[in-house]
Design a protein around this ligand. Structure first.
Ligand SMILES: [Zn+2]
Length: 212
């Protein structure tokens, strides 16, 4: 059975590393598919997830192709520990996240941001336009500070698709070619010439093993 190793790619005793790679690729694929599903859902309803532990809170909000991750600390005794999931269709209708990410798309003449003239730079205009952003938020009532990161669903899904793609090219595709009796390097049908690939010259693992 083709075990995913082609000799050059993996060192001897790389078994654990290979399994970790398989596991990481599988987890990444699950996250990719999950985010893709939430992406579709985000156009119908807004949702949020919160995790409060030791007076620290991690929030994830999502609506209309935009995810906002937030981290902040509570004052002692502010909030109970716990995990929660919420869906809020009204929030989605308001398009709240996009508004806070792009507060001023058509700024009044002479408007300033942090004392500087507002200009439509990459940081202030282009990135928010596709859903990327970072905010440090102060809550005056409770004196706590929150950190918010904005990322569009498609970019998060794309990021989690990278590892499964690498897995497919390095492990999945060669394995599938081996099972079908094809060259693991180029995919050429080797049933007529099992000793050596006429297309790329590679010697199949079975032929190498038989010769040794
Ligand atoms: Zn070949």
């Amino acid at each position: 059975m083709w075990d995913g190793s082609d000799g050059a790619s993996y060192e001897r005793g790389g078994d654990i590393r290979r399994r970790l790679f398989n596991l990481a690729a599988a987890l990444s694929l699950v996250l990719c598919v999950g985010i893709a599903a939430l992406w579709v859902l985000s156009f119908w309803t807004a949702g949020s997830m919160v995790c409060n532990v030791w007076h620290r809170a991690c929030w994830a909000f999502a609506e209309r192709n935009l995810i906002r991750l937030e981290f902040h600390e509570y004052r002692e005794g502010d909030e109970p520990n716990g995990v929660g999931f919420y869906a809020n269709p009204d929030y989605a209708k308001q398009s709240g996240l996009w508004d806070e990410l792009r507060p001023v798309l058509n700024p009044p003449v002479g408007m300033t941001v942090n004392g500087r003239p507002f200009n439509r730079s990459v940081h202030e205009y282009l990135l928010p336009a596709i859903g990327l952003g970072y905010r440090r938020t102060e809550y005056p009532n409770s004196q706590r500070v929150g950190y918010r990161v904005y990322v569009p669903h498609w970019l998060a899904a794309l990021a989690f698709a990278l590892l499964p793609t690498v897995w497919y090219v390095r492990v999945g595709r060669p394995r599938w070619r081996y099972v079908r009796g094809c060259c693991v390097h180029c995919g050429y049908d080797l049933r007529a010439t099992p000793e050596r690939c006429p297309e790329c010259g590679a010697k199949p693992q079975a032929a190498v093993g038989a010769a040794a």
